[in-house]
Design a binder for this molecule. Structure first.
Ligand code: ATP
Ligand code: MG
Length: 254
């Protein structure tokens, strides 16, 4: 299997002293669907920031398509070409005042022709179900709508690897269904996808593999069925059991 990314022995502390990642080693193969799970504050978003090179640990190695890098500007430039990242909070991702311009922003930076920018922006606004918002000002949108704008902007650049940080949070039923269809389409196109989520049902149904963070460590890295078939492990890792696997006593309290 083709390996796309690998981290070896990565630790990271924020300047405030918060130790967010502790000796994390992992690898990602082309075309994989990985669910990143773990309690609030366990280090999921920090891991995404490290994988995208936005935060740079002092120690550890990054392998991109088999090539070893120390954390440096060159690595970040290489990662920009390979990885698209949809932040947990769209407020930190949107850069323009208007929806169409925001989705077009990355494409213009890629120096595509005006026709190509127009075509792809339109295409991805449609795919993400927000074409009707194209002329709106960003500040007039709801939080969920802003999340879709950020998603459209990242997908439009057609990156090989896509990291989505809690993409379903704040989406309504119809947009969640649309996103699930989109994730399946992206898989068919051969994209590598890592999605952070607190939704065990989604992780179980969609992902092949689960990474579970606990206190900054990658506590488990295993096929999703091995995780969700092991009630003790699920409990120990502080993630929600599947509803269908909850004990009758738990169900009867609902
Ligand atoms: N900008 C920051 N400055 C200082 N500490 C931070 C910062 N961002 C995160 N942390 C800390 O790093 C640790 C990991 O946080 P992170 O946001 O990666 O967790 P998470 O698993 O994504 O949580 P959530 O499920 O709430 O999104 C926490 O202790 C958090 O307080
Ligand atoms: Mg987070």
């Amino acid at each position: 299997m083709d390996q796309v990314l690998q981290l070896r022995h990565i630790s990271y502390s924020y300047s405030s002293g918060n130790k967010a990642l502790q000796d994390v080693s992992l690898s990602v193969n082309k075309g994989e669907r990985i669910a990143l799970m773990g309690a609030n504050g366990s280090g999921k978003s920090s891991l995404f920031l490290v994988l995208t090179g936005i935060i740079m640990p002092n120690e550890g190695h990054y392998f991109l398509k088999g090539k070893s890098f120390r954390y440096c500007r060159r690595l970040r430039q290489e990662l920009c070409k390979t990885i698209g990242f949809v932040f947990q909070d769209p407020e930190v991702q949107v850069v323009s005042n208007q929806v169409f311009e925001d989705v077009a922003f990355g494409l213009r930076n890629m120096r595509l022709s005006d026709e190509e920018v127009e075509y792809r922006t339109h295409q991805y606004l449609e795919l993400t179900g927000i074409l009707h918002l194209k002329d709106k000002l960003i500040h007039t949108l709801s939080y969920g709508q802003k999340k879709q704008v950020a998603l459209a902007g990242v997908l439009a650049m057609e990156p090989e690897v896509i990291l989505l940080d809690e993409p379903f949070a704040w989406l309504d039923y119809r947009q969640s269904k649309r996103l699930l269809t989109l994730l399946n389409q992206l898989t068919k196109m051969g994209k590598t996808l890592i999605v952070s989520t607190h939704d065990s049902e989604f992780a179980n149904q969609w992902a092949q593999r689960a990474w579970v963070m606990k206190d900054g460590a990658l506590e488990a890295d295993l096929p999703t069925e091995n995780l969700f078939n092991n009630a003790q492990l699920v409990d120990k890792l502080d993630i929600a059991p599947l509803v269908s696997k909850e004990t009758p006593e738990v169900l009867s309290t609902h």
